[in-house]
Design a protein around this ligand. Structure first.
Ligand code: 4NP
Length: 157
């Protein structure tokens, strides 16, 4: 059997955007019976939130959308991740700049904006961390749903 293709979702803190992206991707590959060929994780660019679960607003949006089984503890990205993963997705341009500057010489990972796959053309996944309500989390969720579906449609035969 061919090796699984591995995707790593990255954002600054790994408590809002990348967990939503990971949960959406995991839900999609489960529903489409693609777990034999795809794997997904998420991680942070900073270690500040290491060990914490996702923001409660992210979890409540996921639950409301029917994703009840997601659990995660924030972790920082490692050098090994660049060798292990086929794609590393950032949520905004700062994420991409940081990933490019950390990338080891022999990195196999393709580093891209997740929003590059959004058929609506919204390149930057909304950062809702500093918001006082949940609207930005719904927005980020919808962006992730569109981008993940179109990425997987493009990369599965
Ligand atoms: P995330 O959101 O990168 O989507 O998880 C943030 C989390 C933490 C911070 C900023 C954004 N922070 O500044 O600590």
């Amino acid at each position: 059997m061919a090796p699984k293709k591995k995707v790593l979702m990255i954002c600054l803190g790994n408590i809002c955007r990348s967990p939503i992206a990971e949960a959406v991707f995991a839900d999609y590959i489960n529903k489409m019976n693609l777990t034999n060929s795809w794997e997904v994780e998420s991680a942070a660019l900073i270690g500040y939130h290491t060990g914490k679960g996702p923001d409660r607003r992210a979890m409540s949006v996921l639950r409301e959308k029917g994703i009840n089984d997601y659990c995660h503890k924030a972790r920082p990205i490692t050098e090994e991740d660049f060798h292990n993963f086929d794609w590393i997705f950032g949520m905004d341009e700062d994420n991409i700049d940081e990933l490019e500057s950390m990338k080891p010489n022999k990195s196999k990972a393709q580093i891209e904006l997740l929003g590059k796959y959004d058929p609506k053309g919204e390149l930057i996944i909304r950062d809702p961390y500093y918001d006082s309500d949940s609207a930005g989390f719904y927005k980020a969720y919808e962006q992730c749903v569109r981008s993940v579906a179109s990425f997987l449609e493009k990369n599965t035969s």
